[in-house]
Design a protein around this ligand. Structure first.
Ligand code: PHE
Length: 345
């Protein structure tokens, strides 16, 4: 052991400048750890001649005490830094707001329609969007060459064979599935997405949503149909609403009718929403054609029923006076935010 050796460690200790808690701990190990430089000096001290012990012993003890003091001091500074510099943010500042999503207007109206028919005792049924010809057309009395089966009107997934696969053009296909599976009497509504090969414009879209309904039991009459639709219209558009039935044609119902409700904006006086007529068309309906009952294994001598179908976007357009169907599918937040408060309904 030499004086120089001790002096070197003294200098190193003086120059020591550890800032973080990690650096301080590393310095402690470097000087005072098992293999540290001061520990090494003490090891050597054991070997030296007795006449030097007093001299070096004092110097080493002073060095060790200084090292411990300096490292403790640095440690305190590092800990104080952590406490002061801790989280830099001002925790008392108000948080940054984040936007909550809200329900889409089509979902809101769909739920309203479903809730009304649930109250009347209807079950909700759903079915596949990719269907076959039989469930969309065949079982519903569409003749083989009906124009709806045309490529111009329907999106086909695979054509050219007996039962082509296609995107359903109405949720009447779910009613067919209900007739196949459910015990009689049947009372179902079928909400869902449908597809038609239409050019997209303010008034038409290739995707839209429907709620269709079906009721089959013994002795169901047109008067029952009319009453069901009237009750629905009053629940949906208000207790003063009147309905008007106009004769129409659908392959799967006979007789068939289109239904208008009295315009709830001008109350019959005539406005630009009802185009001055005082009436708004909302749905198609009719008595289930006996051919349809038969095609689905139901005895038309014993049972009769009615069916109806409406477009959800159309009802939503009337409810909120939306004049362009495309708004429903473009996800423009300015449009969607218009309906935030409708959630509270
Ligand atoms: N399926 C018809 C449509 O998509 C609506 C409808 C359903 C009409 C049931 C009458 C009876 O337009």
């Amino acid at each position: 052991m030499t004086n120089e050796q001790i002096q070197q460690v003294v200098e190193e200790l003086k120059a020591l400048n550890a800032k973080t808690a990690k650096e301080v701990e590393e310095a402690r190990v470097r000087f005072l750890g098992k293999k540290g430089s001061i520990t090494a000096l003490f090891e050597e001290f054991r070997e030296i001649a007795p006449e030097y012990k007093k001299l070096y012993g004092k110097a080493l003890n002073v060095l060790k005490q200084e090292a411990i003091a300096k490292i403790n001091e640095l440690k305190e500074i590092a800990e104080a830094d952590i406490a002061a510099g801790g989280p830099k943010e001002d925790l008392s500042l108000p948080g940054e707001g984040f936007e909550l999503g809200s329900r889409h207007p089509v979902s809101i109206v769909r739920q309203e329609i479903v809730d009304i028919f649930r109250k009347f005792g209807y079950d909700v049924a759903e079915g596949p969007e990719i269907e076959d010809d039989w469930h969309v057309f065949g079982a519903l009395n569409f003749p083989p060459n009906h124009p709806a089966r045309d490529m111009q009107d329907t999106f086909f997934v695979s054509a050219g064979h007996e039962n082509p696969v296609l995107l359903r053009t109405h949720t009447s296909s779910v009613q067919v599935r209900a007739m196949e599976k459910m015990p009689l009497p049947i009372r179902v509504i079928c909400p869902g997405r449908v597809f038609r090969n239409e050019a997209i414009s303010a008034r038409a879209h290739c995707i839209f949503h429907q709620v269709e309904g079906l009721y089959i039991d013994e002795g169901v009459t047109f008067a029952d149909l009319k009453q069901a639709i009237l009750l629905f219209a009053r629940e949906m558009f208000g207790p003063d609403t009147a309905i008007r039935m106009r004769p129409s044609y659908f392959p799967f119902t006979e007789p068939s009718s289109e239904v208008d409700v009295s315009c709830n904006i001008c109350h019959g006086k005539g406005c630009n929403i009802c185009k001055g007529t005082g009436w708004l068309e909302i749905l198609g309906c009719g008595m289930v054609d006996p051919n349809v009952l038969e095609a689905n294994g139901i005895d038309p001598q014993k049972y009769s029923g009615f069916a109806f179908g409406m477009g959800i976007e159309r009802i939503a357009m009337l409810k909120w006076q939306v004049n362009d169907l495309r708004h429903y599918f473009e996800n423009d937040l300015r449009f969607l935010h218009e309906f935030d408060t409708a959630l509270e309904v």
